[in-house]
Ligand binder design. Structure first.
Ligand SMILES: [Fe+2]
Length: 125
């Protein structure tokens, strides 16, 4: 939860600085930004399951990682395509496509609050 909380807070702070420093060159939809930042990992509810008290990847999660299942959940609740886009493109799966400004911000906020805790991604001297 700390990762999620931090990603949301970072998204908001990045967006504030972008608007302040770039003025009219950056137009951020705050509803999309905050909703998307909160919901990017909603698909993890389907990606993981607890078996015998141990967390593991579900069969559905192996077939569809949380960016995909998250979009499915968001669509089921009628959320706008802009929010579904943030969910779909927040992870590495979105690296080959173009992102909206809100999606770029959330993507980087997500990784900033995640990668420092991954041994494979962090140089420790
Ligand atoms: Fe994620």
């Amino acid at each position: 939860m700390n990762h999620k909380r931090t990603a949301v807070h970072l998204s908001v702070e990045i967006a504030k600085i972008m608007e302040k420093n770039f003025d009219k060159d950056v137009k951020i939809n705050w509803d999309y930004l905050i909703s998307g930042a909160i919901l990017i990992d909603a698909g993890k509810l389907l990606e993981y399951e607890i078996i015998d008290g141990k967390l593991s990847t579900s069969r559905d999660g192996k077939l569809l990682r949380h960016p995909f299942s998250g979009v499915s959940i968001a669509d089921r609740f009628g959320l706008p395509a802009d929010i579904q886009h943030i969910i779909a493109y927040h992870s590495k799966e979105g690296d080959l496509g173009k992102r909206t400004i809100e999606s770029i911000i959330v993507h980087h906020a997500d990784f900033v609050s995640f990668e420092p805790f991954q041994d494979a991604k962090t140089l420790k001297c």
